[in-house]
Design a protein around this ligand. Structure first.
Ligand code: PLP
Length: 403
């Protein structure tokens, strides 16, 4: 028998896990599955801005060769300028790495850092690639709780209590996937203060930083200190609806002088994969410097905002479901009354919903949430489709009794 490596024993990515595989099987049998499982805007009619597509097309001939490993100068320069908007000081061209999406850079940041059993603090619930990347690199993912009763903000006491001599860094996902929380300046400053006290690296995943509703304002923790090291991540997948281009970036800032060896590691790993996908690197400068069409989607009459409101209202009208209204990104993370529905295994719940109603969601434990009482829903479909799908979900839940 050919076995997978031991390193993979603790590595999971349930967003495309067994429930997703079952959905693909049902699609092959001819069923139409409503996919509320993946944050992939393009298939739902959210096109990337024309000027970005245009840039890729006209530069295609110039995109045949490798670029520098860290990426095209013009793309990195644009990211460098964007650091001004974010308030991140002292960022040079060399501090910026372009990758095949943020995903590749998350993996790289952990591979370059961790020795066996080094610990990284990760929010629960999380975007599960963070946990998977830490485990794959031989480290230990330690989860700190986010508090649903406090708008899903991180529980700072829990976070600090989990720091040990082996803790190397902490991850902040803001705006958050899966909860949609957008953290206040105060909570971020307090996280930075904790990291300063314990000399931890902050990994700040800001891939949804322009998808904000109501009065939400986005702050980058890297703007609040130069005493610790920060790695800040963003990209084209969400704000610019170009997930298939696979373009993201990572900004190294703060106490770089104390991280020479780690930075050498990051650079070595980025060189070994030669460079990221070149045609889409040409889109980055225009994306960051151009007209920010995402604003039209999140304003009061914007499509995303209307879908968020409709999805939220419909969900909370279902007996046995409660939900915190999200302020960013395009997900809801509703809570199920597990007593009422007798749910002990949330993956089974997701499978039952899929098989019965052909609705595909992701169960909460897939986001390293410790209890089987949540699920994530993506509100990218139109209001009409969301209403019809949630009406089916309401009917399903009316008689649902888990096993
Ligand atoms: N980080 C978060 C929080 C995400 O939700 C996602 C994708 O859903 C990613 C990173 C990966 O993004 P990319 O497409 O840039 O690899």
């Amino acid at each position: 028998m050919i076995q997978k490596s031991n390193r993979l024993h603790n590595v999971f990515y349930e967003i495309r896990g067994p429930v997703f595989e079952k959905a693909m099987e049902l699609e092959l049998q001819g069923y139409k599955i409503t996919r509320l499982n993946i944050g992939n805007p393009a298939p739902f009619g959210f096109d990337a801005p024309d000027e970005i597509i245009h840039d890729v097309i006209i530069n295609l001939r110039r995109a045949q060769g490798y670029t520098e490993s860290k990426g095209l100068f013009a793309a990195r320069k644009a990211v460098m300028h964007d650091c001004q908007r974010k308030g991140i000081a002292d960022v040079k061209i060399d501090d910026i790495y372009i990758g095949n999406g943020v995903s590749e850079l998350i993996l790289l940041s952990m591979q370059a850092l961790l020795n066996n059993d080094d610990e990284i603090l990760i929010p629960a619930p999380d975007y599960p690639l963070w946990t998977a990347s830490v485990n794959l690199a031989g480290g230990k993912a330690v989860h700190y709780l986010c508090d649903e009763a406090a708008d899903w903000f991180p529980d700072l006491e829990d976070l600090e209590s989990k720091i040990t001599p082996r803790t190397k860094g902490l991850v902040v996902i803001n705006p958050n996937n899966p909860t949609g929380a957008v953290y206040s300046e105060d909570v971020l400053r307090r996280i930075v203060a904790i990291a300063e006290r314990h000399n931890l690296i902050i990994f700040s995943d800001e891939i949804y930083d322009r998808i904000l509703y109501d009065d939400a304002v986005h702050y980058s923790p890297a703007a609040f200190s130069s005493d610790i090291l920060f790695l800040t991540f963003s990209g084209l997948s969400k704000n610019y609806r170009a997930a298939g281009f696979r373009a993201g970036w990572m900004i190294v800032s703060g106490a770089k002088h104390r991280a020479k060896s780690y930075i050498e590691g990051l650079t070595a790993l980025s060189s070994m994969r030669l460079c990221s996908n070149v045609p889409s690197q040409f889109a980055i400068q225009t994306a960051l410097g151009g007209y920010q069409s995402i604003n039209e989607l999140v304003m009061p009459n914007g499509r995303l905002r209307k879908q968020r409101d409709a999805c939220y209202e419909k969900l909370i009208s279902i007996p046995g479901i409660t939900c915190v209204k999200p302020k960013g990104a395009f997900y809801l993370f509703p809570k199920l009354d597990v007593q009422k529905f007798n749910i002990k295994d949330d993956m089974q719940f997701a499978l039952d919903l899929l098989e019965d109603q052909h609705i595909l969601i992701v169960h909460g434990t897939g986001f390293n949430w410790p209890y089987p009482d949540h699920f994530r829903i993506v509100y990218l479909p139109t209001v009409e489709e969301l209403n019809a799908t949630l009406a089916k979900m309401a009917l399903f839940l009316k008689d649902y009794e888990g096993i």
